[in-house]
Design a protein around this ligand. Structure first.
Ligand SMILES: [Zn+2]
Ligand SMILES: [Zn+2]
Length: 152
């Protein structure tokens, strides 16, 4: 994994390509799943299940359906789960050929989110791996603070 280089190409990905990937997984695309992908594609920042639910057309799709759909999409590697420490999982679209690895800076007052391109130097991860005899070490990391608008 390259340190400090996380190109964010996910936002450009077409829904067609995503539904194509779902088809290759030989799973039936139900209305809610296609609609969820469409919603995530139009949001630059991670969404909670409740936010996805609120953005979906009110056609009988319930929160439990969304929970299951998000689990499936995560297993397929199509969405990435983030934890901002408030107990609500957030999901973001992952594009093909991108591992989705990046970090966020979250405003503790307004919950605004900025995507951060910087990452740990790979050397730190290598040191941690070597010191503990681990392989395949990765990390999750989110930053918190007060955004410029909330400082006024
Ligand atoms: Zn703020
Ligand atoms: Zn990182």
């Amino acid at each position: 994994m390259k340190a400090g280089a996380h190109p964010h190409t996910g936002k450009k990905q077409e829904l067609d390509a995503l539904t194509g990937r779902l088809r290759r997984e030989a799973r039936k695309i139900t209305g809610p799943r296609a609609a969820i992908l469409e919603i995530l594609r139009h949001h630059p920042h991670p969404l909670t299940n409740k936010e996805i639910f609120a953005a979906l057309p009110k056609d009988g799709c319930d929160l439990a359906t969304i929970y299951r759909a998000m689990q499936m999409l995560e297993q397929l590697g199509m969405v990435k789960r983030f934890d901002f420490g408030d107990g609500a999982a957030r999901f973001e679209l992952v594009s093909e050929g991108d591992d989705g690895h990046h970090h966020h800076l979250v405003c503790t007052r307004c919950a605004g989110v900025v995507e951060i391109d910087e990452c740990f130097p790979a050397e730190i991860e290598r040191r941690i791996a070597t010191a503990n005899g681990f392989t395949g070490v990765t990390h999750r990391l989110e930053f918190f603070g007060v955004c410029p608008a909330c400082q006024k």
